[in-house]
Design a protein around this ligand. Structure first.
Ligand code: UN1
Length: 505
């Protein structure tokens, strides 16, 4: 069966209505470059209508008790479990992920739904001691409004769910603008949401307001409508630092809230005491998984001088054993998303080589069988130092390898890049590991010990510092981004004492 036919069958199985599939915007698979379907893109007028509808949905939804809102997300988790294979396969077809990673992405969605259900009974505020007699102080969390979600091609469904599941239990409505490279998986998610909404209404008698989940397919103009609308309370944007630089000032100008999850340039430090068997396995998954197209992908490897040769030899050996090809046929490395991705990789490689890098791999493969798809051998580049090419994030499987001799120096190098998403150390020394996690250690939002840089669990807050944008999504208390904080002081006395001891009569 062709990929287009498989796509049609999967979309039908997930209940996608033909209405989405009658446009003229062609969607291609990175697996072989073939056309999968044509979809209709929205206009900025459509965006304004969707935002207005979403705002109306919010007004109703915010009054539904949070645990009831959680019930909708619980049912969505059930629907996702039912369709895990279908949606996972569609992620593989549309984004080129290997089967295990397509399924893993849907598992992240299920996990965040479970998390959000629990959270729906735990949107805790504080009670605060008042300095005045017979007064109560407390802090409450209220729903925020319309949440705009802008997501990237590389996690075409999970990033939406991290935001949407939390946003809904927090009492918000969601308008989603997915990457124009992956509209089909987004359409499928919307259909699965609608399925969950119907079941929810059947079992609870509560109507899900129309527009609680809205989908906007389009390019930058449609995203921009979300960014500029005063009716969008929070813009949660995942993508490049370049995109974040466009989004953040516009949202700030109207005093909206922004949650940014932008570029990463993630590093691993391998110290002399490291378990090299574990380190090499972690390097392979972090650097090569998802064909190097995760924001958490390992891009910089610092190995102590004394073990550099042995580590490099083992890494090269493990790279050589990796199968590259159709991601749905048991290979470990699938294609890059498109020609632009491939070109960016080749430019980065040339630059690094010009800066003194010694290259292994990096070339295109399978061009004969798939002239319209871009499969590459993951590249390893031994660098003489941390040059400009190394400091730049390129969304492709390029691993820059450098050696170090001094521990303080390598911590400084790890931090000496504009981005600050993920980092890790492989070490069996408690001193080194704890130093890495200390205030003087890694400056990233994620810092791991004896685990690679990618593949974070949903339970922790996800995001990073510096040019990564500073936002935190997913677990821990990231839910607070989706609510507004209110401080309440209640006087239950017959006096009117003022704070700070002021007497005003
Ligand atoms: C992303 O690449 O945008 O930690 C998200 C990870 C995944 C999420 C990646 N859980 O690699």
């Amino acid at each position: 069966m062709s990929l287009a036919n498989q796509t049609q069958a999967l979309l039908a199985k997930m209940g996608v209505s033909d209405a989405y599939l009658n446009g003229d915007y062609a969607v291609h698979s990175p697996i072989d470059g073939s056309e999968l379907a044509k979809v209709a893109l929205h206009s900025t007028d459509d965006a304004h209508t969707a935002i207005a509808q979403s705002k109306a949905a919010f007004i109703t939804w915010r009054t539904i008790p949070a645990p009831k809102r959680g019930e909708l997300v619980r049912i969505l988790g059930e629907v996702l479990r039912e369709h895990k294979d279908d949606l996972g396969a569609l992620v593989s077809i549309e984004a080129g992920k290997i089967t295990a990673e397509g399924l893993g992405e849907v598992q992240e969605m299920i996990d965040i739904c479970d998390f959000a259900v629990g959270l729906s009974r735990q949107l805790y505020g504080l009670t605060i001691a008042s300095e005045r007699p017979s007064h109560h102080m407390r802090e409450t969390w209220h729903p925020l409004g319309v949440v705009g979600v802008i997501s990237a091609f590389n996690f075409p469904v999970a990033v939406w769910s991290w935001n949407a599941a939390l946003a809904w239990v927090c009492g918000n409505s969601v308008v989603w603008k997915p990457s124009e490279k992956t509209p089909l998986t987004a359409i499928a998610c919307q259909a699965l949401f609608e399925k969950a909404a119907t079941k929810f209404t059947q079992s609870t008698g509560i109507t899900v307001p129309q527009g609680l989940s809205a989908l906007l397919l389009g390019k930058a103009d449609v995203g921009n409508a979300l960014v500029e609308s005063h009716d969008v309370a929070l813009v949660s944007a995942t993508g490049s630092t370049r995109m974040g630089r466009l989004v953040a000032p516009k949202v700030a100008e109207r005093f909206g809230k922004c949650l940014l999850e932008l570029g990463g340039n993630n590093a691993m430090i391998v110290t002399p005491s490291a378990d090299l068997e574990l380190a090499v396995r972690a390097i392979l998954f972090s650097a090569v998984g998802t064909a190097g197209q995760r924001c958490t992908t390992l891009r910089r490897l610092f190995v102590h001088d004394s073990i550099k040769d042995v580590v490099l030899e083992r890494v090269k050996k493990s790279y050589a054993s990796v199968s590259i090809g159709n991601p749905m046929q048991g290979n470990l490395v699938g294609p890059l998303i498109d020609k632009d991705g491939f070109d960016a990789m080749q430019i980065a490689i040339s630059r690094a080589v010009a800066e003194g890098g010694v290259l292994t791999g990096g070339e295109r493969v399978l061009a004969d069988t798939h002239p319209d798809a871009y499969y590459v051998k993951p590249a390893i580049i031994e660098m003489p130092s941390q040059t400009d090419a190394v400091k730049t994030e390129t969304f492709a499987p390029i691993l820059y390898v450098m050696s170090y001799s001094d521990f303080d120096e390598v911590i400084a190098l790890q931090n000496d890049v504009p981005q600050g998403l993920s980092s890790c150390i492989f070490s069996d020394s408690v001193k080194e590991a704890e130093y890495f996690l200390s205030a003087s250690g890694s400056d990233c939002g994620i810092a791991n010990v004896n685990i690679g840089t990618s593949g974070a669990e949903i339970g922790g807050a996800f995001g990073g510092e510096k040019e990564t944008g500073g936002g935190r999504e997913s677990g821990s208390d990231a839910w607070k981004n989706y609510m507004r904080r209110q401080t309440n002081t209640v006087n239950y006395s017959s006096e009117l004492p003022l704070a700070q001891g002021i007497v005003f009569d």
